[in-house]
Ligand binder design. Sequence first.
Ligand SMILES: Nc1ccn([C@@H]2O[C@H](COP(=O)(O)OP(=O)(O)OP(=O)(O)O)[C@@H](O)[C@H]2O)c(=O)n1
Ligand SMILES: [Ca+2]
Length: 496
Amino acid sequence: MDEQREVQVKNPCHRPVFLILTAVIAAVIITVVSISVVQNKHILQKYKYGIVLDAGSSHTSVYIYEWPAEKENNTGMVRQTHTCHVKGKGISSYSTIPEKAGMSLQECMEEAKQKIPVARHPETPVYLGATAGMRLLKMDNEDASNKVLASVTNSLKKYPFSFQGARIILGQEEGAFGWITVNYLSDNFRKAMGTLGALDLGGASTQITFIPKQEIESQDNTIDFRLYGNDYHLYTHSFLCFGKDQVLRLSLAEKSRYTLDKNNSTLSDPCFHTGYNSSKKYMDVFDTPCVKEKSALPKDFIHVGLGDWAECQNSVKKVFDASHCRYSTCSFDGVFQPSVEGKFGAFSAFYFVMDFLNLTSGTLEDAKLKMRRYCSTPWKDIVQRYPKILEKYLSEYCFSGTYILTLLEHGYKFTSNNWKDIQFIKKIGDSDAGWTLGYMLNLTNMIPAEAPDVPLMPHGGYVSFMVLFTLLVFLLFFLAFLYYRRSTRTAQKDII
Ligand SMILES: Nc1ccn([C@@H]2O[C@H](COP(=O)(O)OP(=O)(O)OP(=O)(O)O)[C@@H](O)[C@H]2O)c(=O)n1
Ligand SMILES: [Ca+2]
């Protein structure tokens, strides 16, 4: 009995010091693991939202963006979650009935209310940016343009979001924010490995933006950004009146000077298919500040197609004025442009048209051949081939494709050699290529000038490291314990 008690007293596991030590070590390990998990854990994925209305010349689109709340300043986090196309034409078309401009936005804004969680409504910023259609209306009738902007402002203020303003954005902003969008979505700012130029074609204006190798000779065409610790010195230009709808009007006005019949009522056009014959109103075609020399057409005229691509290209070339340039190089209309450099993303109508014509890949020569074939196809065959496409869109693709090839080759000076550098894109990931995302990122300061500090280890790595470390401590402790017990038992046996 006495011997047994002696063994029990000598067993180290039963010593209070040992038990206290075990408890303390276990408590330390549990605390370390808990702190590591709690301190470094992902905050539950809460999203924030932003709304941008793109009030273009031809239509308005409402874009909803979302991003994880705790990753506001990490590039590549913002994505487009919803788009709503406002029914009807662009807001500039409401110049005579401005109150209807605001009303036209209601359906899409109601949709936005449904899509964004109610708790987030008050902090969700709403921006409306109007582009070339409103720039033209302002030139034509400033009072009407103010009334349209007031109407959309009143309408947007009625929603539970945080309205941040409705304004006509500058052409430079439109170009630069389109560039920011495509490079943000391609993750080029974080990688700092070269950027993508941006080509945007709308109904009333077109933008070209890229980082040139040459010096930028005109101050009007430069814009500087410091993003993620890198400086970007951009060339950008927006050509008002060179969107595809306005160029169609310019080119019709030009043709009306020499292709009218003796009754002045028929306008023959090589950019429309043979057999195309449509009665149009003079006002609809020529009532724009872009057409300076109005011709003497009657109130109504008949637009007749000739389906001749080569002639069409000749007529389109006439809208580019290459007669003067006070810089070392110009694109057209006396506008400075350095040589195009690097890869480009071409979006909006560049994509709609080239995608329809199946010209988003292949060489410039292929594109010209296909256009020649397409334009010479009779109108009745085209209508038969594409029964679901609106006649207005369908009738204009020969003109639009020809304009795009001419603008890129003769306007911006792309060649057969660098044609492959143009990628015709609609979206990058989930988000549309266009100026709206870049506009919002800029106004919400979501791309910091300096790259944020990155943690030494990602969250998952840190937690795994702590768990492994703890297991290792446990194992060592256990092995030490086994070793200690064995050595004390051997000692006891020796004593016995
Ligand atoms: N599926 C589509 C959609 C649009 N379009 C044409 O593309 C042009 C409009 O392009 P968009 O980028 O939407 O122009 P806006 O933003 O309205 O105009 P802007 O940027 O000049 O203000 C219009 O001529 C329209 O007819 C097209 O050919 N096919
Ligand atoms: Ca546009």
